[in-house]
Design a protein around this ligand. Sequence first.
Ligand code: SF4
Length: 465
Amino acid sequence: MIMYKDINQIDDKLNEECALFGASLKRKGAAGVTYNGLLSLQHRGQEGAGIATLSGHTICLYKGSGLVSEVFNETALEKLNGGTLAVGHTRYSTAGAKNAEENIQPFLAEYLTGRLAVAHNGNLTNSGVLRKNLEARGLDFKASSDSEVISSLIAYKTTLTRDVTEGVTQAVQELAGAFSLIILSSDNLLIAVRDKNGYRPLCLGVGEYGICASSESCGVESCGFRTLRDVQPGEIVVIRDGEIIKSFIYGERERDGFCIFEYVYFARPDSVLDGLSVYEARVNMGRILARERPAPADAVCGVPDSGLEAAMGYAESSGLPLVSGFVKNRYIGRSFIYPDQNAREFAVRLKLNPLRANLEGRKIVLVDDSIVRGTTCARIIKSLREAGAKEVHMRVSSPPFIHTCHYGTDIGDERNLIANGSTVEQIRLKIGADSLGYISGEGLRESCAKCKAGGFCTSCFDKQE
Ligand code: SF4
């Protein structure tokens, strides 16, 4: 029997949250710009994608399951592309049923005199209460995601206040947890919001034809815009006809919030988040890891892709040569056929094949960004040994995960985390490494010290609540 699998479902990595992109232009074509923005942000979510655009006073929405390039074809984009205002989203589900079409964003909601479309990145911690309150007022929900709660609450408040900006301001004050939002209204407004603690990134770009908002600066620049600035934690930015018409702070920070794993793993290395280059942060992590956890080895290699920059830093700081340890197959797409029950092992080999010429007879420092369940890590180490590596010294550029995340990262059940309840030595034995060393929490914070967002959320490794 042929076994057919989605490769993303069996990968033992942290899963990204979502990506947002919106554009307000002085000419038509906002949906095309948004499509390009979403292509650049695809790494943040591959389950579904959608674009809502304003044409005249009508909001048109197109969305579906799969990658951005799979969801939209030329005909769909041509239909959407007549508007000057658009908002788009790529989804990875952290709340609500996985793969459910109705949970794909943006969400549409109606207020008394118009409609709005909302794209959300993050996770609310009070969506159950908000949903019940709205249901008690007669509102109906079609999906199970907290993003629909946000769009309904904004529409409800807009109906009460008769003003979209006021409706957004009142609604976001009732939200708890993590949310970066881009909202499009039929009043021709594009509104960007970041929660008070700034858990998830959001930035603004400016170009010849208008303004865009994007989860990461790589999205801004890939569309030919120039990065203007980050949306500040607790800030609402209102854009009309390709100009920022006002911005203000709606609430003060309550705790250190910016997710430090945006730098470790989620964001693209060519992005700059809150003033710090992701690439630079990752190289710093490698340098500090080498200082804190040296290894008796001959060469350093990184696990593609997000371990590569930390491996560079480790090699530079330790003086060991940096070698390519793997060839990554970039053309698998999402699905593959595997020959027997051992799908995970097969998937790892299909994606990452060890490069024997660089490994044979050598003691290798293997650098990766994280170890979640440990299954993939164990298989990669085994494959290095099979390719002739004499020793494998595992080094990790984040501290051990021991706690789940309530702010939009799918870490999964705590009981499945390899570090939960295990010592470093017990983990080393499980993954089959000759030695194992993690960067410290202090070392990780030091790597990201130039970030201007203020303090970091580090709850998943230090149980700070
Ligand atoms: S708990 Fe961890 S993954 Fe979640 S927001 Fe905080 S640092 Fe990020």
